[in-house]
Design a protein around this ligand. Sequence first.
Ligand SMILES: Cc1cc2nc3c(=O)[nH]c(=O)nc-3n(C[C@H](O)[C@H](O)[C@H](O)COP(=O)(O)OP(=O)(O)OC[C@H]3O[C@@H](n4cnc5c(N)ncnc54)[C@H](O)[C@@H]3O)c2cc1C
Length: 415
Amino acid sequence: MTHPSDSHWDLVVIGGGAAGFFGAIAAAELAYDTQRILIVEKSSKLLGKVRVSGGGRCNVTHACFDPRTFSTHYPRGEKELIGPLNRWSPQDTIDWFQSHGVTLKTERDGRMFPTTDDSQTIIDCLETQAAKLEIEIWTQAPVSSIIHHSKAEYGFTIEFSSGTHLKTRNVLMATGGTRSADTVRLIKNLGHSTLTAVPSLFTFNINDPALTGLAGLSVASVELAIPELGLESSGPLLVTHWGLSGPSILKLSAWGARKLHSVDYKFELSVNWLPETDIPKVLETLRITHGKRTIVARSPFNDIPRRLWERLVQLSGISDTVTWSHLSKAEEVSLIQTLSDSRFNVRGKSMNKEEFVTCGGVELTEVSLKTMESRRTPGLFFAGEVLNIDGITGGFNFQNAWTTGRLAGIAISQT
Ligand SMILES: Cc1cc2nc3c(=O)[nH]c(=O)nc-3n(C[C@H](O)[C@H](O)[C@H](O)COP(=O)(O)OP(=O)(O)OC[C@H]3O[C@@H](n4cnc5c(N)ncnc54)[C@H](O)[C@@H]3O)c2cc1C
């Protein structure tokens, strides 16, 4: 990094990720080129997470246009994001990208991607816009300290690991998840407290012969519960080589992130494979209509694939030769129990390849949610995952970065 050490800036954005870029661009767009803006990024790559996001396609946002409904997808930040989402909504994000040459498309489940199916499109768009607006960017520039001088016009001195330092009127902290002790130290030195970062969005490791050989199999709608922790979720479930995954598990991991961390990811999981079915009634009917057929022969439930049905029958202690008319009362009770409440011992977690985030970060009570400015240190702003906001999979985490980045940029442009 060979830059003048005495530079003076209107805004230094710390972190060259989605939130940092969007904040810097908003400030530059709205300040009509009157502000000197610098993005500093510690690594050699800009927008690294955008690149790998959504399996390389970048799930930019989600097609859900009511801020209140949208905000229900954030285990942390649900209530607090309603206001910000009213000010910069998913529709605003879509329109912004459209007006900068990127068209987004919606998939059946509501996730939105660039029509190119390539995250590079988003990177190119943000980098081109930053260049047009003459935003300066330094890479390989890790910030090692930020000092606030309350009375000075250029209220912040930023120091880099290299020893270089500079002055700025405003700082936008867009450093991402707060797992690193260095990031926590930077934030604490500016008068803020952070909630300890723990993973969110992970899959459950289960080493149980009951699942052996079933990897790849999915069930469209199950109900999950962790009774000892009072946690529940529902949705599609996927069996993997390591245990269980799919939207119902990811949701449970997100909403239960702190509780699951507190038990070191060791707990008992209950799976109701047929939450919407009156199982006793269906079994009673089968005794009459298919009395001669062996139970294991065919899954009577459309939602339960054959291989899973065979396993569930086996787990209920019912032999392959038992027919529906010869099913004993005890066997019936056992089958109902297995179908509605299979128990698994979870013994750890795996991070989902596609997407993971941390829960934790800067306490939202310490930040104005209108401007994203610190309530403790004037001129300091926060955006993105550094805040104690995280969403479930589906484009919600990037929308948080766009919304909070934009609001910070607007406020900074007016300083
Ligand atoms: C594999 C993966 C896939 C994902 N896919 C999706 C998806 O499709 N849709 C979605 O909504 N969300 C997705 N997410 C989540 C999403 O990527 C993040 O929520 C989002 O990138 C957060 O943006 P950010 O700008 O706040 O932080 P980041 O993208 O983490 O950027 C922060 C930047 O700050 C830099 N930095 C940190 N400290 C310093 C310092 N001291 N000095 C200088 N620079 C510093 C970091 O190097 C980093 O580049 C995914 C996450 C992962 C890991």
